[in-house]
Design a binder for this molecule. Structure first.
Ligand SMILES: C[S@@+](CC[C@H](N)C(=O)[O-])C[C@H]1O[C@@H](n2cnc3c(N)ncnc32)[C@H](O)[C@@H]1O
Length: 142
């Protein structure tokens, strides 16, 4: 059982698909605590709005577990708001303050994601913007 600083408790393997490790086409669903483990052998690992919940130390634990579980050719894909450099106003900066107050997490710049990846065995390969404010941050095992 894990608990974040926002107080949300996560029962391991909540939901039958997560409990059963069910496969649906190429997708595989598996429950667990991302501070303890990660599913091994996947082609890609997609984390939507996960890493921004955590400071660098806790985010690093998640990345370490993914790095151990990932095959050499796999991709790490984070869906997050990527802060622009500079002092201009931007929605993600408001969310950065919110994350700091609510979860102890933070929004990061591309350079900060690159640094976080590098510290945990990944190389940031690209940041892909979307039609909205979020981006996909792609990494591969270094
Ligand atoms: C901000 S939500 C993002 C949810 C979803 N991926 C999305 O993009 O809407 C963070 C998620 O992390 C999950 N979570 C929190 N601590 C966890 C842990 N230790 N292991 C696995 N999942 C956890 C929460 O249950 C929640 O679903």
């Amino acid at each position: 059982m894990a608990q974040n600083s926002g107080g949300g408790r996560l029962p391991p393997g909540r939901g039958s698909a997560a409990r059963d490790g069910r496969r649906r086409g190429p997708l595989h669903s598996e429950g667990g605590d991302f501070f303890e483990t990660a599913p091994d052998g996947a082609d890609a690992y997609l984390l939507g709005h996960i890493v921004h919940d955590w400071d660098d130390a806790r985010a690093g634990l998640i990345l370490d577990n993914l790095r151990r579980a990932m095959p050499a050719g796999a991709k790490l894909l984070l869906v997050e708001y990527v802060l622009p450099e500079g002092d201009g106003a931007w929605f993600g900066k408001l969310l950065d303050v919110h994350m700091m107050a609510v979860t102890g997490g933070l929004e990061r710049t591309a350079a900060e994601y690159r640094q976080l990846f590098a510290a945990h065995g990944f190389r940031l390969t690209r940041v892909v913007p979307t039609a909205g404010d979020i981006s996909v941050i792609e990494g591969v095992p270094a």
